[in-house]
Design a protein around this ligand. Structure first.
Ligand SMILES: *[C@@H]1O[C@H](CO)[C@@H](O)[C@H](O)[C@H]1NC(C)=O
Ligand SMILES: *[C@@H]1O[C@H](CO)[C@@H](O)[C@H](O)[C@H]1NC(C)=O
Ligand SMILES: *[C@@H]1O[C@H](CO)[C@@H](O)[C@H](O)[C@H]1NC(C)=O
Length: 616
């Protein structure tokens, strides 16, 4: 290039700068590749308007580094109000999502830069930090960056003080960058959104299980056996034994996570969602489970003393399960999709789950179940097919058929329930608990066996049609697990109900509440009001079990009739799961959970690996 033209070029550049040169450019990880591109335009396109497909993300930073808050979390009304992002101290810089400004050159010495957030709600719910000579500082409201800092380009980080909530904040934050130099000023902005709260699905491998630590012989026996299965299935740690008098460990919290793109792969934290029911054991989620990688939240946050806001049995989190990832009709659910049951009331947590947007809940009908939870009849299990999973569904007619075949084969006078009394059972003083002695003939002669099981089968089928319509799954990928339900009739012993001695109507130090009354354990039991006929599992239900690995299934022992040394229910259940390459292991739930309305799934919980963590 000739010296003359170079000189001309420089002059032209200088002229531009003097006339309309002031620019401000702020960028975040809009294309979600874990980095902010300040030299190219990969993060510039579409940065000002966040969409589901494109737009920068940040974490709801509700973890508790050093368990600072957990150790003092005793007050149920305030325990959720302390976590890493409730003050302005940065405890883990890895949890900040990056925001950068493009170096602004040629500013006069007095130029200043301001970063701020709209609207006032977003301002309240995010924290922004800036890096200054290698260390992070909290960005105060009126902070002004100097010309020198602007010339280097600002390195900022953002996190959320909360998750998305219908009543308060949809998670959006627009970050403005304004440069003022004398009379001139320039502004730019980028829109970000807090990552959604997501629930686990069964294609994610189990990593940590939870049971109740309630110290009664028969409950401890369950916890110990569960721990053995946990270890045999290959989980890296023993189950956490949670404090509190609530054996329905599935029902008072949902395990989940939030994740965002990071420079070397997704960055994720675990988040535990306390059931809206405000069950007393919920406090231990905040005091015992939180740490630098695990946060806990409740919804809603306010502690309303009016219990009608605490949800009914539909807000038990055993009624909240997740279909693994799928794509159907051009729509993808990379983090899977929630299913939740309703009757004549809806779960109160629904708007919260909907606002997370990513796992758009499918509503099923669970009005026909005495307990009302989806885990009583459907389950999604990892499989070796293109989709990666299949459906397991309870088949009440198959259970009836098993008994009828035994009867036809001449075994009608055998005990229908093969369980005996064990030393670990809940004795009432010296009195052993009774176990039903009724025969197969007796159970089949009960009125309504066929009608009630057909009724349940129809209700299950109607729900499966919803799943088929929403996911595109075909009958070939729906597998059946034998069950057996009843409505008004229950196992009886010497003309009294077996359950009456076991599960009291109000909290008893010795005895747990049944699974429905436990939902209202802070006061009067919340009774189901609907008029729809309701059924419950008569035999301990296999479908209501725990997927501990890709081959290990933990089921309630059904205690079916024993013919030629073989439990005909257990055998049929093993065959169902063998068809999907699972081995069934049985655990006794009869007195611990079954007679109270639940099984092994209801009595435990699991968190799973956060993989894939990319939902975007
Ligand atoms: C951002 O800060 C500037 C400078 O303090 C102020 O004038 C402006 O109103 C603020 N904008 C918003 C959206 O808060
Ligand atoms: C079970 O394993 C067999 C053999 O590997 C495979 O062909 C089949 O697809 C598997 N079934 C499921 C449901 O994963
Ligand atoms: C809950 O407790 C009430 C007594 O308050 C009792 O009548 C009812 O049967 C219990 N619910 C269930 C599902 O057993």
């Amino acid at each position: 290039m000739a010296p003359y033209s170079l000189r001309t070029a420089i002059l032209i550049l200088a002229a531009c700068r003097a006339s309309h040169a002031l620019t401000a450019t702020i960028l975040a990880d809009t294309n979600r590749d874990g980095k902010v591109d300040i030299t190219g335009d990969t993060d510039a396109v579409g940065k000002q308007s966040w969409t589901a497909e494109r737009g920068a993300l940040f974490l709801p930073n509700v973890v508790d580094t050093d368990r600072r808050c957990s150790v003092t979390a005793t007050d149920v009304e305030t325990m959720h109000l302390c976590h890493d992002a409730t003050d302005n101290v940065l405890r883990q810089q890895d949890y900040l999502a990056p925001i950068r400004t493009v170096p602004t050159k040629g500013l006069s010495e007095n130029a200043v830069g301001v970063i701020n957030v709209t609207d006032s709600t977003a301002t309240e719910f995010v924290r922004i930090f800036y890096k200054n000579q290698g260390s992070w500082s909290f960005l105060e409201e009126d902070h002004k960056f100097t010309a020198a800092q602007l010339s280097d380009g600002l390195e900022l980080g953002i996190d959320g003080r909360d998750v998305r909530r219908p009543e308060t904040w949809d998670g959006r934050a627009t970050v403005y960058f304004t440069v003022t130099d004398g009379e001139e000023s320039a502004t730019d902005f980028v829109e970000l959104r807090v990552a959604p709260y997501l629930t686990h699905h069964h294609v994610q491998l189990a990593q940590q299980s939870f049971v109740s630590n309630w110290n009664r012989v028969y409950l401890q026996r369950f916890a110990e056996e569960f721990a053995t299965h946990n270890d045999d299935a290959g989980l890296p740690q023993s189950p956490v034994q949670l404090s509190g008098a609530d054996i329905w460990v599935q029902d008072y919290f949902e395990t989940g996570y939030a994740s965002i793109p990071g420079p070397s792969g997704p960055i994720a934290i675990r988040i535990i969602l306390q059931s809206i029911q405000r069950r007393s054991a919920g406090r231990y989620l905040f005091s015992e489970l939180r740490n630098e990688k695990v946060g806990a939240i409740n919804y809603p946050q306010s502690w309303d003393s009016d219990q009608t806001y605490w949800g009914e049995t539909y807000d038990s989190t055993g009624n909240l399960e997740t279909i693994p990832p799928y794509t159907y009709n051009g729509k993808s659910y990379p983090a899977g999709r929630i299913i939740i049951g309703e009757g004549d009331t809806s779960p109160l947590v629904l708007p919260f789950l909907q606002l997370q947007e990513t796992q758009d809940p499918i509503i099923l009908d669970t009005s026909w179940l005495a307990v009302g939870h989806v885990d009583e009849f459907i389950q999604f299990i990892p499989a070796n097919n293109e989709r990666g999973w299949v459906v397991m569904a309870e088949d009440p007619l198959a259970g009836v058929a098993l008994l009828k075949k035994a009867q036809a084969d001449g075994y009608g006078s055998l005990r229908a329930l093969s369980r005996d009394v064990f030393t670990y059972d809940p004795y009432d003083g010296a009195h052993a608990p009774c176990v039903p002695q009724s025969t197969i003939d007796f159970e089949l002669a009960r009125t309504d066996v066929d009608r009630v099981n057909q009724y349940a089968a129809d209700k299950i089928q109607a729900n499966l049609e919803i799943i088929k319509r929403e996911t595109g799954i075909s009958d070939a990928d729906i597998f059946r697990v034998p069950g057996f339900v009843s409505s008004s009739s229950r196992w009886t012993c010497s003309n009294s109900l077996v359950s009456s001695a076991k599960f009291p109507a109000t909290q008893d130090d010795d005895k747990p509440l049944d699974i429905v009354n436990a939902t209202g354990s802070w006061g009067a039991p919340i009774e189901r009001r609907e008029s729809v006929e309701k059924v419950h599992a008569h035999y301990p239900a296999a479908i209501n079990g725990v997927i501990l690995s890709n081959s290990y299934y933990l089921s309630a022992n059904p205690w079916g009739p024993i013919i030629d040394g073989v439990d005909i229910f257990a055998k049929a259940i093993e065959e169902s799961y063998a068809a999907v390459n699972y081995t069934v292991h049985f655990i006794d739930t009869f007195f611990t959970h079954h007679m109270g309305g639940g099984e092994v799934h209801c009595g435990s919980n699991v968190w799973r690996e956060i993989k894939p963590a990319t939902w975007w």
